[in-house]
Design a protein around this ligand. Sequence first.
Ligand code: HBI
Length: 96
Amino acid sequence: MGAGSKLSREEIEQALATLSGWSLAEGKLHREFRFPDFVRAFGFMARCALIAEAMDHHPEWCNVYGRVSVDLITHTAQGVTARDVELAQRMNELAD
Ligand code: HBI
C-alpha cells in the first residue's frame, strides 16, 4: 500500500502546530501520554491499536504503568508522512 511521500521539515512543523503535545524527535513524531494508572493507559492503547490496525499504520510505543511513549514514522517511506499526522490526531482524540 502506498505510504505517501515523506513530509518536508516545513510541512512537519506546520502539522505539529495543530498537534497538541507532539514534537519531532529523532525524525519521528513523538508524544508522551500520561494516565492516572495502568488500566487507563492500556485502555487507551487498546483503542489506538484498533484504529492503527484499521489504518494499517502502526505506532512504535512503550508503556510503563500510566505512561505511554509514542513514536510515529512511516517505515516504508523512512520518514514522517501524512499517515503519521493522521494517526497522531486520532491518538490525541482518544486520549481526551
Ligand atoms: N506502520 N508505521 C508504519 N509504517 C509502515 O510502513 C507500515 C505500518 N504498518 C503496516 C505496514 N507498513 C504494511 O502495510 C507493510 O509493512 C506491508
